[in-house]
Design a protein around this ligand. Sequence first.
Ligand code: HDE
Length: 703
Amino acid sequence: MAKRSRQSTDRSATIHDQKLVRGNGGELHQIAGGDTEVLTTAQGGPVADDQNTLKVGQRGPTLIEDFHFREKIFHFDHERIPERVVHARGYGAHGFFETYESLAAYTRADIFQRAGERTPVFVRFSTVAGSKGSFDLARDVRGFAVKFYTKEGNWDLVGNNIPVFFIQDAIKFPDVIHSVKPEPDRAFPQAQSAHDNFWDFISLTPESMHMVMWVMSDRAIPRSFRFMQGFGVHTFRLVNAKNESTFVKFIWKPKLGMQSVVWNEAVKINGADPDFHRRDLWNAISSGDFPEWELNLQLFDQDFADSFDFDVLDPTKLIPEEVLPPVPVGRLVLDRMPDNFFAETEQVAFMTQNVPPGIDFSNDPLLQGRNFSYLDTQLKRLGSPNFTHIPINAPKCPFHHFQQDGHMAMRNPVGRVNYQPNSWGDGPRESPVKGFPTFANPEEGQKVRLRPESFADHYSQARQFFISQTATEQRHIVMALTFELSKCENPVIRERMIAHLLNIDETLGSAVADKLGITKLPKPADAAVPPRDDLLPSPALSIIENGPESFAGRKVGVLVSPGADAALLKRLQSAIEKEGAVMEVVAPKVGGVEAADGSWIEAKHMIDGGPSVLFDAVGLILSEEGAERLAGEAAARDFVADAFAHCKFIGFSDGALPLLERAGVDPKVDEGFIGLDSPKSVAKFIESCRRLRLWSREMAVQL
Ligand code: HDE
């Protein structure tokens, strides 16, 4: 296997100590010398010339004998593997999980036995519908898949940032995914649910209504992977050493609190930085600001399950936190980016069926179906049953089995024995004591293709989600549904959706209908069982109600001009950094500007490349002359107008007033504008930023 040290891949270091030689045709050859490694073929043969194919004469035909050329092109031709059929676009990181206390009373899983135990993990976040090269801020569910390399084998908790799902039975998965993917004849739209096929399927699938509320909410446009919750979705089982089972739901909660962007902002981020979420994770981890989540468990027994309003096996339902409070049991810290995206993030193979002894499945029909799909799909994607030989997928605990051969086998059983029982005394043996003990749940019944009656309520929890949102969040749901349905060309689909929405909440249904220009409301959809209106709001479901306590982990973009107040910028920077946030300077020109005191202010972005949608709050530290000049630039006016429209806090020096005026915003309009020139104003700005957004402004700007 090719072995290259990290240093040798650092081009800037190697370029300097290597000789550049010009060839016959003027091409440059970078020649190995001193300690540098010699370029080789994959077979290890040293390469003399990597710039020219082997030809007959200078201008003659290329020879098939050129093994180096053929090997290089052959390998290139085969670089691509199929992208994941869902969750194709993703980004991963390494880290660890630390157990708080022993959970031996509930589970025999080794990972949960000892307080302080650290288990290595690899986590991959993803969008669902878009291709590998699509943009990060699609309105979509986010995958939140965690591979724990436990001492008893890999445990994969393959979750989403939404606790429920579109469908109740795995047999419907190809349909829901076909409907959301680009339409098959025209191959668009990419990474969008706003099209007829998706809403056609959804409007004919009432069980999806709860999930639809989540996907139309701000949860589907998170500000960062770091500010999202994660959910195992299904009910699982924990099984202890006495073989007693407890049902469990898994929930990840971000230490930095939740945060999302607004749709108008998402659309602009996709243009300004399609890799916004990737870059955010890369920057945070590379700078040592390691994101952290707490693992919470909702633990319950059969009695609770029997008395709960809904069937705990139904993946379109959740258990409200107010009904069953989650218990924090450990923390997940991501502290290392992969060395190579393809080797790790692309080749990582998550599988719901990877569970260690002590964690087991429930009969949730979606989970049962997933347990087939995830193994099957790896063969297609990674091309060999030996995908567990790839380092990112290999367990980190000792493992011994007699599986052998197949494409790309990296390890095979050694010696004579590749079966058991055997008389040679060699090789591993099964262990009824240590091995995975499937929980012996008594099962009986006729073979049927039936949906349980207990799955029939499709609207009550959808309504509960809606009424648990703040007015701002409810408004976002109305706007999202309106936008999405406005892209449906078939009016029948729109009306069918309105009929469902009326069952969820009448004001929601009529508000969307009104915006779609539907004057005569349809009859509410036929409901299999009458929707309930007695479920209490669950405040835990709102993002805004559960925001962070500080501005840590967030980013302020500060627009500066020549003649800016460097001392004020410094004060602002140190206050931002003290809060655990980051400041980035945006300037009219690449490189930066000269401040009023003659010092040089370095900038990270030029104004066109650093629009305010990339930041959580903005500062304007401008000289009056600089502000007047910037007022003539559309990008500078947009910087201000967008920050205002997206309800961001804006700190400004007096000099910025001409730009504010030309951008059409009046800094006296609300408390979201904070003048930075007075003595305590920087502290006031940071304090305001902790609220993240001034939502009360939204009604005024009518996004
Ligand atoms: Fe997946 N899903 N899924 N899914 N899923 C895949 O497996 C599937 C479902 C989720 O970062 C695939 O390796 C079926 C629920 C994540 O690599 C595939 C059903 C939840 C990821 C597959 C579901 C998820 C996947 C495609 C319905 C949340 C990305 C590539 C029965 C709890 C993992 C792959 C990564 C990936 C099948 C439903 C989460 C085809 C059949 C519910 C986070 O096997």
